[in-house]
Design a binder for this molecule. Structure first.
Ligand SMILES: [Zn+2]
Ligand SMILES: [Zn+2]
Length: 387
């Protein structure tokens, strides 16, 4: 977080900016807006031109000056939800998490169709309507059980992979004891929400990632002569397909039946459509891959322990997951889209994940930066042989 008043010159060149500028999308002020704003302010203010001016200031990184203008039009009729939305972002940048949360809530309460004002009309969430969703709220760290403190707050609705059933307002917590970041809220019936919603984009394999996955599997191949490979969370099947090309004997698991069925059919491999915690295997695996899975679970410790229990001695565990201490995250700060990934419930860093794996009987043998997911780390660990 940059302290208030110390605007970072990088913002002038930031790509992308905090959010695409909203100017031009707004029609000229209607009469009632002007009346609303006059009631709230002693001097007449044109809310639309004030908003546009604030957007320009924001684009050039002058977010404190922009904040004052948004604040001025916070009661200005149809401009109010957008003003609260922007104030929510700026307050988060200032580190005022509670106030940011209040503003993001106010924005949606004033306009449940806020998404139409902050996304383009071809955005998957353009028609999203804000409403009550049954949520579980947690305050304690899912890794070590210590109480967390509020870390940051984001509105996730602008991210194209937003999943209905999640609350678009994400409050992140930080655990000072083990240095882990976790979501304070998630759908109470998380499994049902995930099973009922498959993202079209995740059903289409991304062919451009094959070379990067090939390098990963080539490195794994050097560490084990064994052939039995389990992939947890097959998604569109890219990793499983490349593993098959490397002559691994591949088994998959995915909580979403749509993904499991599609990958099983196209690759002709067994893919169990279930929660990994319920998955059963009749023999251990030489390799287990968890690509972008661990951040999605409410029980990361149980998931890791189970994966390790399914590994043969000297078996290889390969994990990829976003790292909030990555070079990308450090330089992107609150612009990083990873803060707004609604299905991410955990945000790891290398040191906490490494020490957890070591405490579970694994030796971390490699760390790499993902070649195809910005801000994501790749950890390779080998199961110690009990002496
Ligand atoms: Zn912790
Ligand atoms: Zn993920």
């Amino acid at each position: 977080m940059i302290p208030p008043g110390q605007e970072c010159p990088r913002r002038l060149y930031a790509e992308p900016p905090l959010l695409p500028i909203l100017i031009l999308r707004l029609p000229a002020t209607r009469r009632h807006d002007r009346e609303d704003s006059m009631a709230a302010n002693p001097k007449p203010v044109d809310p639309v031109s004030t908003f546009n001016k604030a957007e320009q200031l924001l684009q050039y990184g002058h977010y404190e000056s922009a904040f004052d203008l948004y604040f001025e039009i916070r009661n200005a009729g149809r401009m109010a939800p957008l003003a609260y939305y922007r104030m929510g972002q700026i307050l988060n940048r200032r580190g005022q998490v509670d106030e940011s949360l209040d503003c993001h809530r106010a924005a949606f309460e004033l306009d449940p169709l806020l998404s139409r004002s902050v996304t383009e009309n071809d955005h998957p969430c353009y028609d999203y309507r804000y409403g009550f969703v049954e949520q579980t709220h947690i305050t304690h760290c899912p890794l070590c059980g210590q109480e967390g403190r509020k870390h940051s707050c984001y509105n996730a609705i602008t991210k194209p992979d937003f999943t209905p059933g999640f609350d678009p307002i994400r409050l992140w917590m930080h655990c000072d004891a083990c240095h882990h970041i976790f979501a304070s809220n998630y759908p109470t019936d998380l499994g049902a929400v995930l099973r009922s919603h498959a993202h079209d984009s995740h059903l289409c394999p991304r062919h451009e990632v094959f070379p990067a996955l090939g390098r990963i599997l080539s490195n794994i191949r050097k560490r084990t002569p064994g052939n039995r490979l389990l992939e947890i969370g097959v998604g569109a099947g890219e990793m499983a397909a490349v593993a098959k090309e490397f002559l691994f004997d591949v088994t998959g698991v995915d909580i979403r039946p749509a993904y499991a069925d599609a990958v099983s059919r196209t690759l002709d491999i067994p893919v169990c459509a279930c929660d990994f915690l319920e998955f059963e295997a009749d023999a251990p695996f030489d390799v287990i891959c968890m690509g972008d899975v661990l951040e999605h679970t409410t029980e990361p410790v149980r998931m890791l322990l189970k994966a390790i229990s399914l590994l043969s001695p000297n078996g290889v565990l390969w994990i990829s997951t976003p790292n909030f201490e990555s070079a990308y995250s450090h330089l992107m700060e609150d612009d990083s889209p990873l803060w707004r990934a609604c299905e991410h419930l955990n945000y790891f860093c290398y040191r906490s994940l490494k020490s957890m794996l070591e405490s579970m009987g694994m030796d971390v043998v490699d760390y790499a930066i993902s070649r195809h997911c910005l801000g994501t780390m790749e950890i390779t660990a080998v199961k110690r042989v009990a002496s």
